[in-house]
Design a protein around this ligand. Structure first.
Ligand code: PLP
Length: 462
């Protein structure tokens, strides 16, 4: 790097701090540290402005499933931009890419799901779900059924409804959330909250909180339950096998709608097309985004079961809801190209049968490390619980300090991992091959060693 390039970077960082407010960021702290400017990417790697090459263990923000630098996605978008850059799907109109994408999604989704409502993001998808759930029960003649049950530490987006459905306390504290009619039960987080209970027993217990909550609120008031198949932003929390069958049983028994937030698990992350396939769930709604376009353009959607679609369609009347960019033709063209890549190149299948099991086998090795209390994963998702005492599952004080240190060291070692408190998480591009996986795990191992060495220099405030 020459001094001119360094000056450009410093100038860009200065402008960023003067004009750009970042999501989920302490702006004061960021301005003191300066931003990392990412300038290009290819395959599973990203490069920053200082020309550091990083293996992107997070696929951007859980979204670049097809990997970076796919010219076919760029060309599909460019071609559509020239032909028809925009038209809406209001007023009896639509566009060919939106139709073709809706058809392809219906093919890939579980058999009883055949309709999609397009949005611009995962948050918008979950806002849309709230509207549709309430519309469904209105049409059924039971408008008092409006309460949606969610889970603590869930993530369902950042809009008012998304953040309300989510169970992140620090988000609720800003803005007087959750909105009325949204309540939360415990999460199936055995490592953090299972205590001495057997994993499967714990899974059943937390699932049964749903039944208790329904009975406590009164079935006449409960509309739906929402959950991620595997919690992502909460820390890659993988429920015990006993959890989902019990949730499904309870939803079926009481006839409440089951919303599965597939924003992370969708499009191959678990090795199946959807988390609902992986756990054999029968949802009434699936929220999608992220991997739908591999992040190349913003787009989301709500996939709707026949039970719900029949009700919404057959009774007639307008759903008073929609976005300017619902079904955006360029985003839809990019999504189509992306989903076809995932399908036609066998990428989802490879994660299921080859690279996913290989990643899990190698990730499991990290569980032997003395800093790691548990290593867990499914498909191309993984988590490491950093602990001060392995057997006692004891945490370090000041959750996030050790995790933050580990993340910073990881980036210095050329690997993007994310820290959620003291849980390290990964969600790599689905195109990572065995060599990339070896590089990822080796760098993570080195990072754990170096983190352990540095921990004595951390100042914990007790
Ligand atoms: C990221 C995410 C969302 C929100 O998606 P945005 O596109 O950021 O609005 C919703 N649900 C889950 C499970 C997510 O991971």
């Amino acid at each position: 790097m020459n001094s001119k390039q360094q000056m450009d970077i410093t100038e860009l960082q200065k402008l960023d701090s003067q004009h750009h407010l970042h999501p989920f960021t302490d702006a004061k702290e960021l301005n003191e540290q300066g931003t990392r400017i990412i300038v290009k990417a290819d395959g599973v790697y990203i490069w920053d402005a200082q020309d550091n090459k990083l293996l992107d263990g997070m696929a951007g923000l859980w979204c670049v499933n097809a990997g970076y630098g796919r010219k076919d996605i760029a060309e599909a978008a460019y071609e559509q931009l020239q032909r028809l850059p925009y038209y809406n799907s209001f007023f009896q109109c639509t566009t060919p890419p939106a139709i073709e994408l809706a058809t392809l999604l219906a093919e890939l989704a579980p058999a009883h799901i055949n309709h999609v409502f397009f949005t611009g993001s995962g948050s918008e998808s979950n806002d849309t779900v709230v509207r549709m759930v309430r519309r469904f029960w209105d049409l059924k003649g039971e408008p008092q059924k409006s309460v949606i049950i969610s889970r603590k530490n869930a993530y369902h987006g950042s809009t008012m409804a998304g953040a309300s459905l989510g169970g992140m306390r620090f988000m609720h504290e800003q803005g007087g959330l959750p909105l009325p009619g949204i309540v939360h039960i415990d999460q199936p987080y055995w490592f953090g909250e299972g205590g001495e209970l057997d994993k499967q027993e714990f899974g059943l217990n937390v699932a049964r909180q749903l039944e208790e909550k329904i009975l406590q609120l009164g079935l006449d008031r409960v509309a739906a339950f929402i959950a991620e198949p595997i919690q992502g932003a909460g820390g890659v929390i993988i429920p015990p096998e006993s959890y989902w069958p019990e949730i499904q049983r309870i939803c079926d028994k009481y006839g409440i709608l089951l919303i599965v937030d597939e924003v992370i698990c969708g499009f191959g992350r678990t090795g199946k097309w959807f988390g609902s396939h992986y756990y054999n769930i029968t949802p009434d709604f699936m929220s999608v985004a992220k991997g739908l376009t591999s992040g190349y353009l913003p787009m989301g959607g709500v996939m709707v079961s026949d039970r719900v679609a029949d009700e919404l369609i057959s009774k007639g009347g307008e759903l008073a809801h929609g976005y300017t960019y619902s079904g955006h033709p360029v985003a839809a063209a990019a999504a189509l190209a992306n989903v076809k890549i995932l399908r036609d190149e066998g990428i989802v299948e490879t994660v299921d049968t080859d690279t996913g099991p290989y990643l899990q086998q190698r990730w499991q090795e990290l569980g032997e490390h003395s800093l790691v209390g548990e290593s867990r994963g499914v498909g191309f998702l993984g988590a490491l619980e950093l602990v001060s005492d392995k057997l006692a599952r004891a945490r370090y004080p000041n959750s996030g300090k050790v995790g933050g240190l580990c993340r910073d060291i990881s980036i210095k070692n050329g690997l993007v991992m994310r820290a959620v408190g003291d849980t390290m998480i990964i969600s790599p591009p689905l195109v990572a091959n065995r060599e990339h996986i070896d590089e990822l795990v080796d760098k993570a191992k080195l990072t754990l060693d170096q983190t352990l060495e540095h921990i004595p220099s951390i100042k914990f405030d007790e």
